[in-house]
Design a protein around this ligand. Structure first.
Ligand code: PRP
Length: 181
């Protein structure tokens, strides 16, 4: 059996402390913007699960949570260009204020596709918060409403983000080279 090294020697891009501070700031900002209105968070699996778990505890709002799962990358580092829904919403969102929670906005292909899917459900409003944004990689003209960190064109793992399904459990966000299936 192949054992993958735990990843603690990979270079740190964002420390757990800086992530916690920024998530708390995002929570404060989002709580102020949605004050007095219920909000439905939609987490995009799998990468966003850890960010959502921390963000939701920083929201001083009436919050409900649902999840959607897409695949776009397969197991490599390059977007395949095709996006497929693998888990749909459990609850309707018509007439609701919806906030999509993403871990990373990269080429924008997933984002463009999911906005089209969710808009068809007629929410009252639709916004997106992404922990990480890599604008240099964009091939679709999309923008998140809330961004945790803008990062350069490096492949990152940890805090929910993976390389071939590994390293999601790392508490810091780290860079990795040569990520291959
Ligand atoms: C990642 C990430 C976004 C998408 C962004 O998901 O969670 O959904 O890629 O890439 P794009 O802007 O180039 O479309 P991934 O397909 O790696 O799945 P995972 O979250 O399950 O790891």
């Amino acid at each position: 059996m192949n054992v993958v090294p735990p990843g603690n020697d990979l270079e740190i891009l964002l420390t757990r402390e800086s992530i916690a501070r920024r998530v708390s700031e995002l929570g404060t900002q989002i709580s102020a913007d949605y004050r007095g209105r219920p909000v439905r968070l939609i987490g995009i699996l799998k990468g966003a699960w850890m960010f959502l778990a921390d963000l939701v505890r920083c929201l001083d709002l009436d919050v409900t949570v649902d999840f959607l799962s897409f695949t776009s990358y397969g197991e490599g580092t390059e977007s395949s260009g095709t996006v497929k829904i693998t888990k749909d919403l459990d609850q309707p969102i018509a007439g609701l204020d919806v906030l999509v929670v993403e871990d990373i906005l990269d080429t924008g292909r997933t984002f463009e596709y999911l906005l089209g899917v969710l808009e068809a459900h007629k929410p009252r409003s639709l916004k997106v918060v992404t922990l990480l944004d890599k604008p240099s990689r964009r091939v679709r003209s999309v923008k998140a409403d809330y961004v945790g960190f803008t990062i350069p064109d490096v492949f990152v793992v940890g805090y929910g983000l993976d390389c071939a399904h590994q390293y999601r459990n790392l508490a810091d966000i780290r860079t990795i080279r040569g990520c291959k299936p």
